[in-house]
Design a protein around this ligand. Structure first.
Ligand SMILES: NC(=O)c1ccc[n+]([C@@H]2O[C@H](COP(=O)([O-])OP(=O)(O)OC[C@H]3O[C@@H](n4cnc5c(N)ncnc54)[C@H](OP(=O)(O)O)[C@@H]3O)[C@@H](O)[C@H]2O)c1
Length: 283
């Protein structure tokens, strides 16, 4: 790739820039970055990563092979309208915008472009995202390979159908927060049962890491692994019984379904807004 342009210089853009440079997927002088107004942030990104930064749209987009849309979804309509005259049909558009469909991006650009829509999660910041990727028909196999490599620099990446992205959002997009919520509960209990908070946190995090690694390395299903550590009349059985009495597994299932529905609702709202602002005023 000769040139890759980021529109948006926030946490997701920075995670991707950092991941791609660390993995030597692209040289720093081939990356261009812009944002809306935060000059200091752009200068800091340029200083830290040695990438090019600019507010000159012609300079940013001329001869770019790919453009990454990395602004907040609420800013997408204005940003895409501003840049669309610089987008050409040989460019690959990669969007990380939560909830904005490929069709909405096609509407906003008003062009027939190869478009990729990715749903990473917040663990991208430490190179551990679980990213799902959907593409439109214009994306070539070669472009798919490049995009997968890009997202693999910030964690795991897998292709899905676009219709599945709401489910991915409900499962792994919001997933880190569910785990943090569980850890909050474990920390509260630790204090109540007489453990010191900091030491308890270390035990909890190591327990999570160990369980995650077991799930990665073992061929056994989670249910089997759980049953193996649950001896009759033992402590784990007593604890799990309380979780079952409270319907905790059912609550988790409902939580993920509700997050998926909310992703669908937010997506439809954004699509309707985009349909009504097809021609927003330029910045
Ligand atoms: N962060 C995550 O973990 C995560 C996970 C999944 C998906 N995402 C998606 O990634 C996208 C970015 O999220 P983020 O957390 O990185 O957001 P962020 O930190 O708020 O950064 C947004 C960036 O977009 C820039 N921007 C806004 N309007 C613009 C315009 N018209 N032209 C150019 N740049 C513009 C902002 O510039 P200024 O600062 O100058 O205003 C800022 O640099 C979102 O759509 C989000 O849905 C993020």
């Amino acid at each position: 790739m000769k040139k890759l342009t980021f529109v948006g210089a926030g946490s997701m853009a920075e995670a991707m820039i950092s991941g791609m440079l660390k993995s030597n997927l692209i040289e720093k002088n081939k990356i261009w970055v812009t944002n809306q107004k935060d000059h200091n942030k752009l200068m800091r990104i340029s200083r830290d990563y040695g990438v090019n930064t600019s507010y000159d749209l012609k300079e940013l987009f001329s001869n770019a092979d790919a453009v990454i849309l990395a602004m907040k979804p609420k800013d997408a309509a204005a940003a895409i309208t501003l840049i669309r005259e610089y987008l050409t049909e040989d460019m690959l558009i990669i969007s990380v915008l939560a909830g904005i469909s490929i069709s909405s991006i096609e509407t906003l650009t008003g062009k027939s472009l190869a478009i990729v829509r990715a749903m990473p999660n917040t663990s991208a910041a430490i190179g551990k995202s679980a990213t799902a990727i959907a593409v439109n028909k214009k994306v070539t196999d070669h472009q798919k390979t490049i995009v997968k490599q890009m997202f693999e620099t910030i964690g795991l990446a897998t292709f899905v159908e676009e219709e599945q992205l709401d489910a991915v959002t409900g499962l792994s997009g919001s997933g880190p927060a569910y785990i943090y919520y569980l850890v909050e509960a474990m920390e509260k209990s630790a204090v109540e049962i007489g453990l010191e908070r900091q030491m308890a946190k270390q035990l909890i995090v190591q327990t999570l890491l160990g369980a995650a690694e077991m799930l990665t390395k073992s061929s056994k299903a989670p249910e089997e692994l759980r049953k193996e550590v649950t001896s009759p009349g033992g402590t784990t059985e007593a604890g799990i019984k309380v979780l079952e009495d409270h319907g905790v597994q059912h609550a988790f299932i409902s939580c993920i379904k509700e997050a998926t529905e909310q992703s669908k609702r937010l997506g439809s709202m954004l699509s309707s807004e985009i349909e009504t602002v097809k021609q927003p005023t330029l910045k």
